[in-house]
Design a protein around this ligand. Sequence first.
Ligand code: FES
Length: 319
Amino acid sequence: MDLEVTIREIRRETSEIRSFILEPRPGETLPPFRPGAHIDVCPVPGFIRQYSLAGDPADGSHYLIGVKREQNGRGGSSAMHSQLQEGGTLKISRPKNNFALRDTGGRSILLAGGIGVTPLLSMAQALASERLSFDFHYFARSNGELAFRDLITTSGWSRQVAYHFGLVPPLLNDVLDEILRSPGPDDVIYLCGPGPFMDVVGAVAEQAGWPADAVILEHFSADPPKLTPGADEFVIRLAKRSIELVVPPDKAIIEVLREAGIEIQTSCEQGVCGTCVTPVLEGEPEHNDMFLSDEERTSGHLFTPCVSRAKSKLLVLDI
Ligand code: FES
């Protein structure tokens, strides 16, 4: 974590979502960010989580993030909600971006599900300031579950936002059908939300004729790898150390490495951020991440040891 910021304000957005306004410490400045960027946040030692920057990329005075308390999470969002106070400090990374806007010249359709609205807010602010055409559809469970309402309603682009409450399939599919019909050749969908929501959007977009590369996704986390006890044991050989380690079915490669005293840099540990990407010299990785491109996966030369495993009995890593 290379930055320390002051928590200027914590706002209750909904019963489950808090927003945090983070400002530089006196005499310091914040690195600029591009729409769709996120930061790593360390609320308490041992927890690192990624949160999208929801504020205006043109406003360098502060960062704005939104955090939903995940009831079944691993403790990071609870720590954000319960351990942080206004006026306190927070360690964060510089902004990173896996979800950048594309300059296609076409229409942008921003589709947000719940807390997935955060990166799309920075995109909307950037598109509006460049006077580029976009439509923003914000899906939430109910009116009361709408985070960042004030930010949207006081913006100059509030009329471009359509709200959809409490929709589930098949009604959700019908509404998406309407929104996504007739894609233009340069149009792009930017999508962020819970996995099931994104799956429905992906299916409707495909049916409506959107090419796969025109649907740009931001994932919160990859699905956990499916482990079959007794069937998934394999060996990793660390070429630079001449060490071989057995990876049992119930352990991630990074856990096995840690137990052997070998640390590789990680951040999300959910296959999303790319921090742990490691070169593969031999063997066939089983990719469980959401970070690598299709070409990188097919090449087999890189993988993410936080969530990925091996299809072959031996994987030789360049570490
Ligand atoms: S630590 Fe984020 S992808 Fe592995």
